[in-house]
Write a protein that binds this ligand. Sequence first.
Ligand SMILES: [Zn+2]
Length: 135
Amino acid sequence: MSKGLFVLTCQDARIRRVVERYFDSLDSEPIRNILAGASMAILTPDTREAVLRGLRLALNHHGVEVVEIIDHTDCLAYGKIDGDEFAFHNERILEAAKILQQAFPVAVRGRLIDTQSGRIRTLLAVNRGFYKEQE
Ligand SMILES: [Zn+2]
């Protein structure tokens, strides 16, 4: 049985089936949060509060211990990325993970969906409380 999972994905319809297949492969039902740009929703003050509010509820009432931020290539929220999209999203998710871990003692995983192929790549895993220690 996997630990309670909170998943933030982009709203883009092109990744819906990939995300649903991924959820079907899990052994428990994740708490889902869907906002344009996924990691961007955490990095943007306007939408950050909505993510933190949802995550707080999930932590307090649904036994969530792990957060997954799932970005995808060719994301319209980010616009055209020059260079390595993998590295770009890795940076953004790492920044987003820092913000989440300054607010809550959660582990954070980052993933990137290749919108063309539907493949999901794991970008990073940040242990619970990693950034908390640096406060
Ligand atoms: Zn997107």
